[in-house]
Design a protein around this ligand. Sequence first.
Ligand SMILES: C[S@@+](CC[C@H](N)C(=O)[O-])C[C@H]1O[C@@H](n2cnc3c(N)ncnc32)[C@H](O)[C@@H]1O
Length: 178
Amino acid sequence: MAKITDIAHLFLKEHLKVGDTAIDATCGNGHDTLYLAKLVGQTGIVHAYDIQEQAIINSKELTKDFNNIIFHQTSHENIDINKIDAVIFNLGYLPNGDKQITTLLSSTKNAILNLIAKFETNKNMLIIIVVYPGHDEGYKEALWLDEYLTSLPTSFVTSKYQPINQHNSPYIYTVNKK
Ligand SMILES: C[S@@+](CC[C@H](N)C(=O)[O-])C[C@H]1O[C@@H](n2cnc3c(N)ncnc32)[C@H](O)[C@@H]1O
């Protein structure tokens, strides 16, 4: 059975075309950045964000054969890209890194609200959010996302893809416009 991140990749693969602009909002060790760079190809561009220098270093190393990636060592709250076709958030902490440095509800919320406003000019945008409710901050993020995304008007399509018999396992939200 595919892992939850593989399922997120399937959604990206179905949505993105060569030449598109994609954002990795939490590049971590670079696995999602690499996947996006392959999907958008030489004529596309990937913007990869992380607050940790180590994450940027790890991601640059993993993607060293690609020249279609721009790295931003800053919070995803500061995403300031005008044309966006897809964004992935893989929330939580850097695998094999400092577990104290994790995504936080306050910044996740700001980043998502900024992106929702960008649908005005990016009708084709797909947002994918992988949440990890098994740790305290992840649980808070999951609660807020559930409430906020459920409340969006029906001109948005917000979905949740979740294992139903597992305890606190990660799951996915997606947001797009009809
Ligand atoms: C689960 S990891 C991401 C895994 C990554 N996508 C991969 O494929 O390897 C979460 C990352 O979010 C980063 N992060 C935490 N807060 C952030 C913020 N406000 N903006 C951007 N990245 C953040 C962490 O430093 C960590 O590297």
